[in-house]
Write a protein that binds this ligand. Structure first.
Ligand code: HEM
Length: 501
């Protein structure tokens, strides 16, 4: 539990972290932080842990104590088996579920081999294939030529200049939160962040004001998400037509989401208006490089729902964990406040201010290191390939976890410590690229990455300018890793209004 260090080469020496930062001409010393409060315990399952593989064609890995243990553990807490694999077996571990070979890949170079170097040999793995039950054939779940076409069509909506234009909306929604909140009030910051980011993605990408419906949609998304755990289990496709409660709940949630999305599409088609947002772009986009076709309503629904989902839940989690970490590290919070107060004297941030908020960005980067909103990525091999001297058979599933690699002491000494100082350019330069991959990599990397950085930094700055948040004493903080890494019991925090400088 708590701290762990993966196998070989774990102690490669400290990277050189510069501990001062320049903010508007003055040099600020970065604080020494402590680890204790950042550690959220995970219950570690007990597998049999042989040191060598029964079949030398495969890397070693754990074995179940009873039939089906792996699926039971995954259903309990999908993150826990990943921790066992890395802690006991290091860079590569093998596990077999029936005919299915699973490889747990825990080294940046191996992750680069899968996500980038040999990406043509991989498709998305079962978890995301199953996500098609909710997302259909959108960007996150489609494959091959079709995915490339859809990515070409959506890409212009995420270009830097266009994203810059979304900054004002982000701040407007932060202001709405600001005017809802009261000094001394206690609220669930996770629910607040979900509401905020859902409002922003709806407005910026669909020009829709769903603020009023946000709570209901949030609930539908949670239910649909929870069914993903269930959807990972074998044979669930055959259960789809049975009236069991989990299936019924999932279908009701999907219908609720569909009705919102189809309403947005329908309104837009009828108005025929080009509002310059993603929905207009997708509606009007013609694939000039490919088949010259346009998208029908079902395809539009799949893309819109994908971006709705991918575009707010992750950012809301990143922000929630950031507020939590700040509340546990007043010395980091104070330095961040100093930067914000100095960069934004008496006013809200704008897109142009991003370059004056380097420490705020480092805080967000460090928060996504410890609590990566997308905590694991899976791929299925199309053909056999070589890895560390082993032949990985076709159809094997390769699993890579940001949560695991981001806490590897070879790349992040004293890994449990929340230390934004790790994100100076000098410190970053000393680490391999895939030691940190909150947004994935290769052709499937997150299309919303720039959007997310901008939204994250602007919202932190706009909210922290006015508010401090303290964790309610005794509030249980536990991880809930479904597809994203949520706080299991929400995040109850008390608001304290800051005197605006
Ligand atoms: C902190 C925030 C975010 C995180 C951590 C994150 C993480 C990720 C990751 C890891 C992937 C790759 C999944 C894989 O390879 O299997 C991904 C893909 C994707 N993300 Fe994000 N994301 C974030 C925000 C956003 C935002 C704001 C949007 C849209 C507005 C978005 C839209 C997407 C889409 C559409 C894909 C699929 C891309 C493709 O396969 O072509 N994400 N995201």
């Amino acid at each position: 539990m708590g701290r762990w260090e993966p196998g070989e080469g774990a102690k490669r020496g400290n990277v050189n972290i510069r501990n001062t930062l320049r903010v508007r001409g003055s040099r600020l010393t970065m604080p020494e932080t402590t680890a204790a409060q950042a550690v959220i315990p995970v219950r570690i399952p007990r597998f049999k842990l042989p040191r060598t593989a029964a079949n030398p064609a495969f890397p070693p890995g754990p074995r179940p104590r009873y039939p089906g243990q792996f699926l039971v553990e995954i259903a309990r807490n999908p993150l826990a088996p990943f921790i066992v694999m890395a802690r006991e077996y290091g860079d590569i571990a093998h596990y077999r579920v029936g005919p299915q070979h699973l490889y747990f890949i825990n080294h940046p170079d191996l992750i680069r081999d899968v996500l980038v170097t040999n990406q043509k040999n991989f498709r998305k793995s079962r978890g995301l294939e199953r996500a098609k039950r909710l997302l259909g054939n959108g960007l996150l779940t489609s494959e091959g030529e079709f995915h490339l076409r859809q990515r070409r069509l959506a890409q212009p909506a995420f270009h830097r200049e266009r994203i810059a234009g979304y900054g004002d909306t982000m701040i407007e929604y932060a202001n709405r939160a600001h005017s809802r909140w009261h000094d001394g009030e206690t609220l669930d910051v996770h629910a607040e962040m979900m509401r905020l980011t859902l409002g922003i993605v709806s407005k910026t990408l669909f020009d829709a004001d769903v603020d009023a419906e946000a709570a209901e949609i949030g609930e539908a998304l949670t239910t649909a998400f929870e069914s993903f755990n269930f959807a990972m289990l074998p044979l669930t496709e055959y259960l789809d037509n049975l009236p069991i409660p989990a299936v019924r709940r999932f279908k009701a949630a999907r219908a609720r989401l569909d009705s919102t999305i189809y309403r947005l599409i329908d309104e837009r088609r009828r108005s025929g208006e080009d509002r310059g947002d993603l929905l207009s772009m997708l509606l009007l986009a013609t694939d000039t490089e490919g088949d010259g076709g346009r998208m029908d309503d079902t395809q539009l629904r799949d893309e819109a729902l994908t971006i709705f989902l991918a575009g707010h839940e992750t950012t809301a989690n990143a922000l929630t964990w950031t507020w939590y970490l700040l509340s546990q590290h007043p010395e980091v919070e104070a330095l961040m406040h100093a930067e914000i107060d100095s960069a934004l004297p008496g006013r809200n941030p704008r897109y142009d201010d991003l370059s004056s908020l380097p420490y705020t960005r480092m805080v967000l980067a460090e928060s996504m290191r410890l609590y990566p909103p997308a905590w694991a990525i899976g791929r299925r091999a199309i053909g056999a390939f070589q890895m560390r001297g082993f032949t990985v058979p076709a159809r094997s599933v390769l699993l890579m976890s940001q949560y695991i690699v981001h806490r590897d002491s070879r790349f992040f000494p004293d890994p449990e410590r929340f230390d934004p100082g790790r994100w100076t350019p000098e410190s970053q330069a000393g680490r391999p690229k895939f030691s940190y991959f909150p947004f994935g990599g290769g052709t499937r990397f997150c299309i919303g990455e720039q959007f997310a950085w901008m939204e994250g930094v602007l919202l932190i700055a706009a909210l922290a300018r006015n508010w401090r948040m303290t964790l309610v004493p005794g509030h249980p903080v536990e991880l809930k890793p479904i597809i994203t890494l949520r706080p299991k019991h929400g995040m109850r925090m008390t608001l304290e209004r800051r005197a605006v400088r």
